[in-house]
Design a protein around this ligand. Structure first.
Ligand SMILES: [Zn+2]
Length: 370
């Protein structure tokens, strides 16, 4: 009897703790319907047990509470640098590398660096040699990968006024150098289909273009088509079979798993990450997504595109990061429901060995040195 009473008391305590850790602004556990939903805290425990690796984040700050989260979740991050001439901090490479290296050093092995080079210097006579020298230096200091971004293909022009493409001969020695060092190219080329229009408020990326209209190309003549940009990317894959490339954001083929599958079949040196595109998987028929992830279980890396800006409030950041990990784990690992756009989406409940690959071992394989 005493044991029973203490069990009841224990259950009440656990229930209390579960209610207390529910994230503000999220629907309460009861709102999901009659089925029992695992608490956010228990979901994070299951996620942490995987010793997960998020291969796609942008962290601009060293913070004790953030570090505590990484330790609690047994989480490793690949922190990706991007050169963006529309943002003052992202315009300059050297300070970004310096800050990112300080973050890596203070992280006790929880953060690795994906460096980049400055494509805005494309016109310099010494551009290629300078880029190689700088990334080699970053490799020596521990960088595990190199990022190229959508400004190649969608923003930067050469001296003839033509958009520079990923397969430009000036980039080729850089790719050869990355391959020679056994490092990985993280390639963000093009954007979701909706960037080329027509306007579609139901698209998961729509709000991004409301906030960043410079990347919305509908009715803007003169820009390359999405197909041209991805063909240049594919040309790099074909010309560099020794170069491991991770096409971030589902390789910008977010609306066609068949197209991703074709690319994975054609290019053994190609894998994709899920960063900022999990919603597209949520709105694709679940049987199709499940079959795809099982068939290509060695070629998909878990990434989020979560960020931690220097100006951000750490409590908001912790809430945002944890609720993303809860949602993604529930969607891929359980048959519970997650909410997207007012709809309840049933989780895929992928087999445990597949989850282990997506959340961890594929990252170790595709990004050696992690
Ligand atoms: Zn990103």
């Amino acid at each position: 009897m005493k044991t029973f009473i203490s069990r009841v008391l224990l259950s009440l305590l656990i229930l209390g703790a579960v209610v207390a850790v529910d994230f503000p602004g999220q629907p309460s556990v009861a709102a999901y319907g009659p089925e029992a939903q695992t608490s956010a805290q228990d979901t994070l425990k299951a996620f942490a047990a995987m010793r997960p690796i998020d291969v796609h984040v942008h962290v601009f700050k060293t913070d004790a509470a953030f570090q505590a989260l990484l330790e609690r979740l047994h989480l490793k991050l690949v922190n990706i640098l991007v050169m963006d001439d529309t943002l003052p901090y992202r315009k300059e490479l050297a300070p970004q590398v310096k800050d990112a290296q300080a973050l890596v050093r203070s992280s006790h092995g929880h953060v690795a660096l994906c460096t980049t080079f400055d494509p805005y210097k494309f016109g310099d006579a010494s551009f290629t040699a300078d880029a190689i020298k700088q990334i080699d230096q970053n490799f020596t200091q521990g960088a595990v990968a190199v990022k190229i971004w959508k400004n190649i293909g969608m923003e930067i022009k050469n001296s003839d006024g033509k958009f520079i493409m990923a397969d430009d001969p000036k980039f080729e020695p850089i790719y050869k150098d990355i391959a020679k060092h056994g490092k990985t190219l993280m390639s963000h080329q093009a954007e979701p289909d909706v960037a080329w229009g027509p306007p579609d408020p139901s698209d998961p990326s729509w709000s991004y273009y409301q906030e960043n209209p410079q990347w919305f190309l509908y009715n803007k003549p003169g820009f390359p088509s999405k197909q041209e940009i991805l063909q240049a990317r594919d040309h790099v894959l074909a010309e560099n079979p020794d170069l491991r490339m991770v096409g971030v954001h589902l390789g910008s083929m977010e609306k066609s798993l068949d197209n991703i599958a074709d690319h994975l079949d054609r290019y053994p040196n190609f894998a994709v990450d899920t960063a900022a595109r999990m919603e597209y998987l949520m709105i694709t028929p679940p049987e199709k997504v499940r079959a795809f992830l099982i068939k290509y279980q060695d070629r998909v890396l878990y990434g989020t595109d979560l960020d931690f800006l220097a100006s951000a409030d750490v409590h908001d950041v912790l809430k945002d990061w944890q609720s993303t990990y809860v949602r993604d784990w529930k969607f891929l690992a359980t048959d519970e429901t997650v909410e997207y756009n007012g709809k309840q989406i049933r989780g895929l409940k992928l087999p445990a060995p597949v989850l282990h690959k997506i959340f961890r071992s594929n990252a170790l394989h595709w990004i050696p040195g992690l």
